[in-house]
Design a protein around this ligand. Structure first.
Ligand code: GZL
Length: 334
């Protein structure tokens, strides 16, 4: 900073006042960048986002979509990774309330236990958007909208495919199930949809169902236990690709051929899962799109402007067989 030349008394007072205002202005702006929160006088929206964690390829793609979309939308993003712990998400949301952000968005790691902190956000006048996973709060005024997938439908599509594949089976078809983390909406709902669909064929039996926490390590560990406990496993239904990919290692290590000795059905359709499907190691995937960022930012702007938004916005999704995966792989964005 150049040395300021001293001037006569009246001019000196004006110069001092101007410099105080300038420094004050920069400090205020600097504070909002480092946590003062709230719309700065340039009208830029500040969003506080609490992410589940970094447990799967899906989550990584989801985080990338959110960060890139916030930058593209000119929204200042404060981002927290909760490492799959609800207490960390509650702490992050409370921090965002303290910082007086304009909008709070989060993907609830589990469905229950949110009413208190959501009421604190509502009392602070900060709108909340649920993305990816939902909550079981009876009070629907605690959040403005939910943006994400219909997990029951994903489970149902997986089950319906299996019913079709095994319609001529004469004897019992033994199914093992790798669930997502206990209490998570996708785990509860995929299990529900799949179970309802396979009831159409009494030969289809779920002989074991355990959480693998949506991680590769969890899928491998639980599949190893299933293989030791059950000599005849015909089908694996994994609530996401990553647990299915972990299970592949256990199945191969047990001397069985995935996709042939054991039919494998998963959910997500991330690139590694689609590659396993194209290679015939998986047999069917129900897609669950992580690319929620652009819609989330549009919703944040609408909610901040006080515009009405639909209570629930579901993402468009499809399913893939091996042949369809081969065709789709070159253009997959995640
Ligand atoms: C689904 C999402 C799930 C994915 C998993 O919307 O919440 O969490 O299916 C991820 O891969 O871990």
């Amino acid at each position: 900073m150049g040395k300021m030349r001293m001037q006569s008394a009246p001019w000196r007072a004006a110069a001092v006042l101007a410099s105080v205002l300038l420094v004050g202005g920069v400090a205020a702006c600097g504070n909002s960048d480092t946590g003062g929160g709230g719309s700065k006088d340039d009208g830029k929206i500040t969003m506080g986002f609490s992410q589940v964690g970094a447990e799967s390829g899906w989550r990584t793609a989801n985080t990338t979509s959110i960060k890139e979309s916030a930058a593209a939308a000119g929204i200042e993003l404060k981002f927290d990774d909760a490492q799959q712990k609800q207490e960390n998400q509650i702490k992050a949301i409370r921090n965002y309330i303290q910082q007086k952000v304009d909008v709070i968005a989060f993907s609830p790691v589990v469905e229950s236990g949110w009413d208190t902190v959501l009421k604190e956000a509502k009392d602070a006048g900060i709108p909340v958007i649920l993305t990816d996973r939902s909550v079981d709060s009876a009070d629907k005024t605690l959040y403005k909208t939910f943006l994400g997938s219909d997990f029951v439908k994903e489970g149902r599509l997986a089950g319906e495919w299996l019913v079709e594949q095994k319609k001529s089976a004469s004897g019992p078809v033994n199914i093992v199930e790798l669930q997502g983390n206990t209490g998570a909406a996708p785990a509860n709902d995929r299990k529900k949809g799949f179970g309802e669909a396979i009831a159409a064929n009494p030969n289809l039996k779920i002989i074991a169902s355990q959480p693998g926490d949506f991680t590769r390590a969890g899928g491998k560990q639980v599949m190893e236990q299933f293989l030791k406990a059950y000599p005849k496993i015909d089908v694996l239904f994994a609530h996401n690709d990553d647990m299915g990919l972990g299970a592949l290692e256990a199945i191969t290590a047990a001397g069985k051929t995935p996709g042939k000795d054991i039919t494998i059905i998963t959910v997500d359709a991330v690139k590694d899962g689609m590659q396993a499907l194209a290679d015939g190691k998986f047999n069917f995937i129900a897609e669950c799109s992580p690319l929620l960022g652009p819609q989330l930012m549009d919703l944040a702007k609408k909610v901040h402007a006080g515009e009405e938004v639909p209570p629930r916005i579901e993402t468009e999704e499809t399913t893939f067989t091996t042949e369809q995966a081969k065709e789709a792989l070159p253009n997959r964005k995640y």
